[in-house]
Ligand binder design. Structure first.
Ligand code: BGC
Length: 345
């Protein structure tokens, strides 16, 4: 295991942005910066041992600042959408920033993906990692409570990238953190992911309206193009899914259990990825809104369906859907979630 630290850039207010490079003994490399907790690169071997960078992103800090759809980002306080950016807690209504049509998405205008986190590296025998901390003040982006957040990224020699999330608040609040990496197991910029095969351990999904806000209905995937209880190529049925996949799956697992949520295989490179999580849901998003205007690390344009995201999460708009697993965090409680992305061939 090995960790390197270098300066990646500076924010307009003069804060240093640090890039951490974690490397294991299996030729895997993960790069993380303290701005937005963004994973900028994941290098992994293919079936012949050739390395490729399998996440979308940029070479320079400037490009990250110029705007992008959450490439590699640590998303909070609330990943995914909240209808009208509004919710009630203890008879008080809170209005969050509106930044996605009429709704709130991914923590607001300046969410956790756009702040500088305090960061330090750590290493023990079995893993190398980075610990990130951020204090989100009461009222930030409209959310109640001073929130202390700690996120740890670590890599081990089993090619597991483990992400642990912890948070406490001094007032009742809501929270839903995720990781928004865009994966292409053939390598970033190498075309679309329609040939990737995916399996998702979910018998049902949350039905959404035209603005991707849950209607409240939890529907079986059976007989629909959303059924990945057995593996399918992403491209097999995507033409029957208007706009492409952008759905929250209700995972088959018990609460808080760290369980296998999804598996992906790229037949071309032989690379495989498994996702394990304690969270109740996972968003499959097939980069439907990429349109070739952003160019990435290898200079190639990022096209529609040029990547997939598997964002572990609580369900969208849970604060307004009492029958969804709760996203309320009370003072004295600790929000505690784990997600593991495991790579092999
Ligand atoms: C959402 C998409 C959105 C993307 C980028 C995903 O988590 O499900 O609808 O376009 O993030 O914001």
């Amino acid at each position: 295991m090995n960790i390197k630290r270098e300066t990646f850039g500076q924010t307009p207010d003069g804060r240093d942005v640090i890039l951490f490079t974690l490397a294991n003994g299996q030729n895997m490399v993960v790069k993380i910066m303290n701005y937005g907790g963004i994973i900028t690169a994941i290098q992994a071997p293919d079936k012949d041992g050739n390395l490729a960078d399998i996440v979308l992103g940029f070479n320079t800090f400037k490009e990250y600042q110029d705007g992008h759809p959450y490439f590699g980002a640590l998303v909070g306080r609330y990943a995914n959408r909240i209808a009208q950016g509004r919710f009630a807690l203890n008879n008080q209504t809170y209005q969050l920033a509106i930044n996605n049509g009429p709704n709130h998405i991914h923590g607001g205008i300046s969410g956790f993906d756009k702040v500088v986190w305090e960061a330090h590296e750590f290493m023990n025998g079995a893993e190398a990692g980075v610990e990130l901390q951020y204090h989100s003040r009461d009222g930030e982006e409209g959310y109640p409570g001073n929130l202390a957040v700690k996120v740890r990224y670590s890599l081990n020699d089993n090619n597991e990238l483990r992400i642990t999330y912890q948070a406490t608040s001094d007032k009742p609040t809501i929270i839903n953190l995720t990781q928004h990496s865009y994966f292409n197991l053939s390598g970033e910029g190498s075309g679309d992911i329609l040939d990737h095969e995916i399996a998702i351990n979910a018998d049902s999904f949350t039905v959404v309206d035209a603005d991707l806000i849950p209607t409240g209905e939890i529907r079986s995937v059976k007989g629909s193009p959303l059924d990945f209880t057995t593996p399918y190529r992403i491209g097999d049925r995507i033409q029957n899914v208007p706009g492409g996949y952008d759905h929250n799956y209700v995972l088959n697992k018990s609460q808080n259990e760290l369980a296998l949520a999804a598996q992906v295989r790229d037949p071309k490179s032989g690379r495989r990825m498994e996702v394990y999580t304690t969270q109740p849901g996972i968003q499959l998003y097939t980069a439907n809104f990429l349109d070739g205007t952003l160019g990435g690390k290898s200079g190639k344009a990022y096209q529609k369906h040029g990547a997939f995201c598997l964002e572990t999460q609580h369900f969208p708009d849970s604060p307004n859907q009492p029958h969804f697993p709760a996203t309320v965090l009370q003072p004295g409680e600790t929000y505690d979630q784990v997600t593991v992305y495991k790579f092999n061939v």
